[in-house]
Write a protein of this length. Structure first.
Lengths: 345, 345
């Protein structure tokens, strides 16, 4: 088994450990933040971690009523023209905690005296050192270049924070069922592996989601690109309608993330629009009525609340990217031209 | 001449009219906003207008020290779980002013009593009606499906606002020279047309920029996609390094936007990294040393300040997309499968 596959399979255990070990810490952080007049949140992150940030935008927005913006790190690290941050909580997300541009955002936030929080797998990293608060990912060392277990751990860390800020034990209980749901997706590995061979010579595709699973679409596209040397464009279904949909013609592969929830009906309608334009649908969903429309259905377990679903819905995409790599005869642990820790300024 | 080409060529005139007609209005809006304790900005937009919003993030961040986040419209229009907006200025950008999801964001902002501003080509649109303040784009009717003159007008409107908020007549004077610089790019149309035929059978490419011209990369990619039924991926150069660069191999076409300014050196270094991986470089720049590295150089006039450069640097990209459409024998005024006004909820 490749390192990547073993790390994908560790996810239920990593999530369980994180939720056990960090729940109290998240509660303490939330308590502290009550006194600090947070009006909005800025998240600084790159790559996979930036996709976790996209989840945070919806989660903290909907449940904690906090507007969340993604940082523009170059204003801090290259232009040296940082905005004024009063009223902000600044969160840095990074597996390694090393990237200088992300560290620069937290550094400036500390200088301005606003609260800072790091979500990282390395509590001794430069990022953690610049943060008032740290939530550790407890993912163990991640050796595969393509991040998987640290991504779902970052989502769970954000979800823990959201539950703690809302002081809502019912939501926390629902979150604690996520590792089990991830385990159920992993049981379907063979099914995904069988469906993937069809895409051996695919060189472009689109990956689409909206709302909570906007993040999922971006993250699946990134895995496909990192591992398979193809172009996988990710869009919100709404942005896709505003232009990029022009490319969709007969046989164009479109992977749509559409679990149950408020966003299901709009995503179903959007999927049918894609199909009417000739797209070949690959659907990640727990709803049979939509899976039935797909050439390649990737089923999810039922009963996962929409706000938890991104932790679960990304996993069929991780498996899809992994098995596609194997179908091509490539090494998922050695993607060409990438390193585990990317340093950007 | 196609409608699209004539609208591209109207840009110097549109920009001049906008800067003349709206400078005083922007000044008045800025004065009003001083009293309203704006701590940060949220911009709601889709498609081309969302790319203008990306420019706003850097411009208002660097010069006005305002953190700017892009709205998550579905929280307002589909989830009905809008965040608390106190401390925010909420800006809606839309050529038509029609899209219900964007209108929903301003509607909620008004309900919460925070200041709202619309940038739109239609001062009688639903978006304008939901805004305390309106800056009209004065672009005349835009008939081509692919937006060009309203995009540069949106950038100029944001720049006017930034100058007014900073009460800086020197910056305003620099901005007033933008229409002339755009005119100089338009004079080079034949040069672009000649260079484009090489890309007749290109089906994928990447478009890359960072900082102020992050927006430019996104907008050029969108024009290529709307008009040419190809996949043009846009990324910040920093995000590209965190994974997607894996796809770059021999002959992969990479269009890099790199005008003079603070970001020039990092973008030059990044371009050389792409070339060392085998990429074919298409470079938009005013710097000969970098243009010389390109298979297809797209020169810009010199002397444009970096913060103004996005208004100018997008124009070679618009021409590139237009001439590629003609080289393919397609009709730039009738891109398949798109409508002028896209309604998303």
């Amino acid at each position: 088994m490749s390192v990547l596959e073993s790390e994908i399979r560790q996810q239920p255990q990593v999530l369980t450990t994180l939720l056990d070990e960090e729940a109290e810490n998240a509660h303490r952080i939330a308590g502290d933040l009550q006194g600090r007049q947070v009006k909005y949140v800025i998240i600084a992150a790159r790559g996979t971690s930036d996709n976790a940030a996209r989840y945070g935008q919806y989660l903290l927005g909907a449940y904690n009523r906090l507007p969340v913006g993604l940082a523009t790190p170059s204003l801090f690290s290259i232009y040296h023209e940082p905005p004024r941050l009063d009223g902000a909580l600044v969160i840095g997300i990074s597996q390694s905690g090393q990237s200088p541009d992300i560290v620069a955002v937290l550094e400036e936030a500390q200088r301005q005296g606003v609260p800072t929080l790091a979500l990282t797998n390395d509590p001794d990293s430069p990022l953690a050192k610049r943060a008032d608060y740290v939530i550790c990912l407890h993912a163990g060392q991640e050796r595969a270049v393509a991040a998987t277990k640290t991504y779902t751990a970052q989502l769970a860390a954000l979800a823990l924070l959201s539950c703690a800020l809302g002081d809502d034990p019912k939501r926390l209980a629902a979150l604690r069922r996520a590792p089990h749901a991830v385990g159920r997706v992993l049981e379907q590995g063979e099914l995904v592996a069988g469906g993937v061979v069809r895409y051996r010579y695919m060189d472009t595709c689109a990956v689409l989601g909206r709302g909570y699973n906007y993040a999922t679409a971006f993250e699946i596209a990134l895995k496909l690109e990192e591992l398979n040397y193809l172009i996988a464009e990710s869009y919100s279904s709404a942005d896709y309608m505003h232009g990029p949909i022009a490319v969709v013609g007969s046989g164009f592969p479109a992977l749509v993330v559409a679990p149950s929830g408020v966003m299901f009906d709009p995503m179903r309608e959007f999927s049918l629009e894609l199909r009417s334009r000739g797209a070949e649908l690959i659907i990640i969903s727990d709803r049979q009525e939509l899976l039935a429309e797909a050439v390649t259905p990737l089923p999810l377990p039922e009963g996962v609340p929409e706000w938890v679903s991104p932790i679960v819905a990304v996993v069929p995409g991780q498996l899809f990217a992994l098995y596609l790599t194997l179908a091509k005869g490539n090494d998922p642990d050695q993607p060409l031209g990438l390193q585990k820790v990317t340093i950007t300024r």
